[in-house]
Design a protein around this ligand. Structure first.
Ligand SMILES: C[S@@+](CC[C@H](N)C(=O)[O-])C[C@H]1O[C@@H](n2cnc3c(N)ncnc32)[C@H](O)[C@@H]1O
Length: 244
């Protein structure tokens, strides 16, 4: 039974890793194009929300499932903290490393690693982030447990992810764009229609705003709150690892 579960998790990880490797070179272009650059604003907000947690001298932040590193770079620029990015897809990390070289003054190590088994000791970061990564994991719970584990007591987690638009008419309109229009444009530009069909599929399986907040609380996060972004197309969830 455990073997079967492990095999299906490995298969899931392999498919997700290959999919991102296949679209890595077009990933940034498509992100900015398909969101009308709104994604940049969302990531800057994450960095602003973590400014206090990262204001202490020598503060460290971990950006999990960092992909091509846009959030890692935004964090480094906005806070001056020591940022580490981690992802299990090497082609995405290679792009992140190239961008960091020319865009930020501090060095950002990009480390290959699985979000379900982070290659870092516990209680070692003042803040952890994951942007558009959590819904890709075979277990959202294990992903959250790992974020919690590597946070120092008192440290802050920020989870940016697609969510459920809150206004019904807008939700229907957005669902049409997301499920029908976006896979076509994404497919043509990236050469992988499958990856952009997977996107709305994975979002539909992901917990909505309230369920994700409840899950974070169940797993021990304190001061859990969320903010809907652009009518709930995305949501930013924040939580703290309690001091004791
Ligand atoms: C949609 S991209 C998001 C990248 C980046 N955080 C951003 O905001 O653009 C999802 C990323 O999650 C990574 N990922 C998915 N599952 C992972 C896992 N189990 N461990 C590490 N990275 C994972 C993928 O390789 C991909 O780079």
């Amino acid at each position: 039974m455990a073997d079967k579960k492990n095999a299906s998790e490995s298969e899931h990880a392999r498919r997700v890793r290959e999919m991102f490797a296949g679209i890595a070179s077009r990933y940034d272009l498509l992100n900015h194009l398909l969101s009308g650059n709104t994604d940049k604003r969302w990531r800057r907000l994450v960095a602003r929300k973590l400014q206090d947690a990262l204001s202490v001298k020598g503060a460290r932040a971990l950006d999990v499932a960092c992909g091509t590193g846009d959030l890692s770079l935004a964090l480094a620029k906005a806070t001056g903290a020591q940022v580490v990015g981690t992802d299990f897809c090497r082609p995405m990390l290679e792009i992140a490393a190239r961008k960091a070289k020319t865009n930020v003054s501090s060095e950002i190590p990009f480390v290959e690693g699985d979000a379900l088994k982070l290659p870092f000791v516990g209680e070692s970061f003042d803040a952890v982030t994951i942007a558009f990564g959590l819904r890709n994991l075979s277990s959202v719970e294990t992903g959250l447990e790992e974020l919690f584990r590597v946070l120092k007591p008192g440290g802050r987690a920020a989870i940016l992810e697609f969510s459920r638009p809150v206004v019904p008419g807008f939700r229907a309109l957005f669902q049409f764009y997301f499920a029908r229009v976006l896979p076509k444009i994404g497919g043509v530009i990236s050469g992988s229609r499958g990856a952009y069909e997977y996107l709305p599929d994975s979002v539909s399986r992901f917990p909505d705003q309230k369920r994700l907040a409840a899950l974070m609380e169940d797993l021990g996060f304190a001061e859990v709150e969320y903010k809907n972004l652009t009518g709930g197309i995305a949501a930013l969830h924040l939580g703290m690892r309690p001091l004791s």
